[in-house]
Write a protein that binds this ligand. Structure first.
Ligand SMILES: C[S@@+](CC[C@H](N)C(=O)[O-])C[C@H]1O[C@@H](n2cnc3c(N)ncnc32)[C@H](O)[C@@H]1O
Length: 266
């Protein structure tokens, strides 16, 4: 793709979708844009932009595509097991020490997509103790993804494949595929629209989960976001990243590696 075309697409996407593609990796984004145009049978970007200005459904399909919202429950199961066995008990212990009357964990799933990530958190917390207190805030830029998350599904067999038979029984509605998350799990999560590139970050979090989101951003933007995640955490709080993600030189930004995929604010 010509650089001129890419700049034109970026400017138009900013205007129409309020999404700044400058923060996303160029080569990867160009490839995705090229294949989208072919898949949608448009002969050029002018033609496609005229179409999405007229058709709101097509506009949201394009937004869904650009933001890449694949997700699944207990994605990378062994990392979630570490969270459950090591991180959550420690965070609860600290919450009890800080506030014995009201030990509440504040958790943020940033870039939650269609919901499996915050719902995985809710399932783990339900499992750990039915009586524990927590607030799970789940945010994403993609309205369509959030809508599905709030509707508790529908999820495919593939998206729920890491759930055990017992978990399916306890945490999904009966029937399916497609599957829906049960109300008792859904009511533990609060969904909100939020753009990581523009909006203020919540503060004083015990746990920030941001997995498979920053991989699409440039190195510079990643760096800014990791610092902002650090600021969103309370001292001693934990940042949980994706299985293939590493925070470069964490000590320089006040984070310390704490097992694979976990960083503590120090
Ligand atoms: C691949 S999904 C990751 C979902 C989930 N965290 C997981 O690991 O399964 C990436 C998500 O990042 C979201 N995203 C991309 N750019 C964003 C932005 N600027 N602000 C907020 N969310 C964004 C997308 O909408 C998408 O839902």
């Amino acid at each position: 793709m010509e650089q001129e075309t890419y700049i034109y697409i970026k400017n138009t996407v900013k205007k129409i979708l309020n999404l700044n593609l400058d923060h996303y990796k160029d080569e990867q984004m160009k490839r995705r844009l090229d294949s989208w145009l072919v898949r949608n049978g448009a002969s050029n970007w002018d033609e496609y932009f005229i179409r999405i200005r007229k058709e709101s459904k097509e506009l949201s399909r394009f937004r869904d595509y650009l933001t890449i919202n694949v997700s699944s429950f207990f994605r990378d199961p062994e990392r979630w097991q570490s969270l459950k066995d090591t991180v959550i008990p420690r965070l609860f212990k600290e919450a009890r020490q800080r506030n014995p009357q009201n030990p509440t964990l504040h958790i943020w799933s940033a870039g939650c997509s269609i919901g499996p990530e915050p719902y995985t958190l809710a399932m783990i917390l339900d499992d750990v103790s039915a009586y524990n207190r927590h607030e799970i805030l789940a945010t994403d830029f993609d309205k369509g993804a959030l809508e599905k998350a709030k509707n508790r599904g529908p999820y495919t067999a593939e998206e729920v494949q890491n759930l055990s038979a017992k978990q399916k029984l306890s945490y999904l509605q009966s029937g399916g595929p497609p599957y829906f998350v049960s109300e008792k799990i859904a009511k533990r999560v609060q969904f909100k629209e939020h753009n990581l590139l523009d909006d203020p970050f919540p503060q004083n979090m015990d746990l920030v989960v941001c997995r498979n989101v920053v991989i699409y951003f440039t190195g510079e933007t990643k760096d800014v976001l990791y610092r902002k995640f650090r600021d969103a955490l309370r001292m001693g709080g934990i940042l949980f990243v994706g299985a293939t993600e590493i925070v470069p030189r964490p000590q320089e930004i006040g984070l310390k590696g704490s097992g694979i995929s976990f960083y503590e604010k120090v």
